[in-house]
Write a protein that binds this ligand. Structure first.
Ligand code: SF4
Ligand code: SF4
Length: 386
């Protein structure tokens, strides 16, 4: 069984959040005394260099409240995060994390140093390169942001752990596992590796920032912030994500990391094994939470010729908009398929090669200007018009 606390919280206030965390710990039977003298990795979502209020990242005040709680109980925190393209330094600077880190004296792990972790029970991947700093900690406090995701449908506790893989290695994985099913499988493989791949199982606590969440075309700037007024806490990432998906009124069948997590049984293996604590779900459930526009019909991308034809017909493609693009080329740097090139003279957007594009939507995720929109495939458009 796994206990998950669902707590009402409408503001980013250090005192209010710390009070909520302590209440949540008690509800799930987590004793914060275990922080004492422990080296604790703090893993927020710092996807890219954006402002605190963008809802792209874990709010810095939320992060600060978690860090202070760990320190109040004698823990020794270490920030472990690796944005996909932006440097961690610029991501921390834009969001104000750097001021907090400095004030609290929290060291930052050098996530360029990677170390292999093996997990022979992985379904698609049995080895990962992760931040070496994770080998030197006693526990991991995962501090994700609740967001929709164009490829994986949601991103919460399980998906946030993908940031334990250093920088561009993440986009190489998109190239190897382009469809949402395979990609979700490797995210769950990684979760298994992080729990069971060290000499002893890694103790984890997941504290989900759903005070303001992201809906629509997340997880980057193309999504929209939405006040959802909640904090969700648990020790089992799959259980936390199940509760978050339910809370947002989303379609559980599309939350593949939750479904695959149940199947693997790394922790809970069905909703019957999750005990909800705190607020009642019916009092908290969000109405009309916007889902990503993508249909996620990507499984056939694995079939060479069919994939090429079918993706143009049936899958949305990312299209940059001239009036919003600043030609920063972050999309070009992250594209795992090398499908983006510099603008031709006179044009104010990069060139996209849709034959090469694997529809991973990393470019949308990373674009700081929300300048990339989705355009429906021809058949999608025809079917809709009828
Ligand atoms: S589309 Fe976005 S990420 Fe790409 S160059 Fe334009 S502004 Fe930068
Ligand atoms: S163009 Fe965008 S969606 Fe296509 S492969 Fe590159 S990053 Fe992924």
């Amino acid at each position: 069984m796994a206990d998950v606390a669902l707590l009402k919280c409408d503001e980013y206030s250090i005192d209010v959040l710390k009070e909520k965390f302590l209440c949540g710990f008690e509800l799930i039977g987590f004793d914060p005394a275990c922080f004492a003298n422990a080296r604790v990795a703090l893993k927020p979502n710092l996807l890219s260099a954006v402002s605190a209020d963008s809802a792209v990242i874990t709010h810095p005040i939320f992060f600060q409240a978690v860090a202070e709680t760990v320190m109040d109980f004698g823990g020794d925190p270490l920030l472990v995060e690796s944005p996909a393209v932006a440097s961690l330094k610029s991501a921390m600077h834009e969001s104000g994390y750097d001021v907090i880190i400095q004030r609290l004296g929290i060291p930052v792990a050098d996530t360029k140093i990677a170390r292999r972790i093996s997990f022979l029970d992985g379904r698609l991947l049995k080895y990962f390169e992760i931040s070496a700093a994770l080998y030197d900690v006693d526990m991991l406090v995962n501090i994700p942001k609740f967001k929709t995701h164009n490829l994986t449908y949601i991103t919460a506790a399980v998906k946030n752990l993908f940031g334990c893989i250093p920088g561009m290695r993440k986009s190489q994985m998109h190239m190897r596992f382009p469809d949402k099913e395979m990609f979700s499988e490797i995210i769950v493989d990684l979760y298994g590796a992080l729990v069971f791949g060290f000499d002893k199982p890694m103790r984890m606590l997941h504290v989900l920032d759903a005070v303001v969440s992201m809906e629509g075309d997340g997880p980057g700037s193309s999504g929209s912030p939405r006040k959802t007024g909640a904090v969700i806490i648990g020790e089992d990432a799959i259980a936390v994500d199940y509760v978050a998906t339910l809370f947002a009124g989303l379609d559980m069948k599309k939350a593949l990391t939750v479904l695959y997590g149940f199947m693997r049984g790394f922790g809970v293996s069905s909703p019957d094994e999750i005990r909800l604590k705190g607020e009642k779900m019916q009092d908290m459930r969000i109405c009309g939470f916007q889902t990503p526009k993508t249909t996620g019909m990507t499984a056939f991308l694995q079939v060479p010729l069919l994939g090429r034809i079918a993706k143009d017909l049936f899958v949305e493609k990312p299209v940059p908009r001239e009036n919003a693009c600043t030609l920063c080329y972050e999309c070009m740097h992250i594209c795992p398929a090398d499908a983006i090139d510099t603008a031709v003279s006179g044009r104010m957007t990069p060139r996209f090669d849709y034959h090469r594009c694997i529809r991973c939507f990393c470019c949308m995720e990373i674009c700081p200007e929300a300048a990339i929109s989705l355009k429906e495939g021809v058949m999608q458009w025809l079917l809709r018009e009828k």
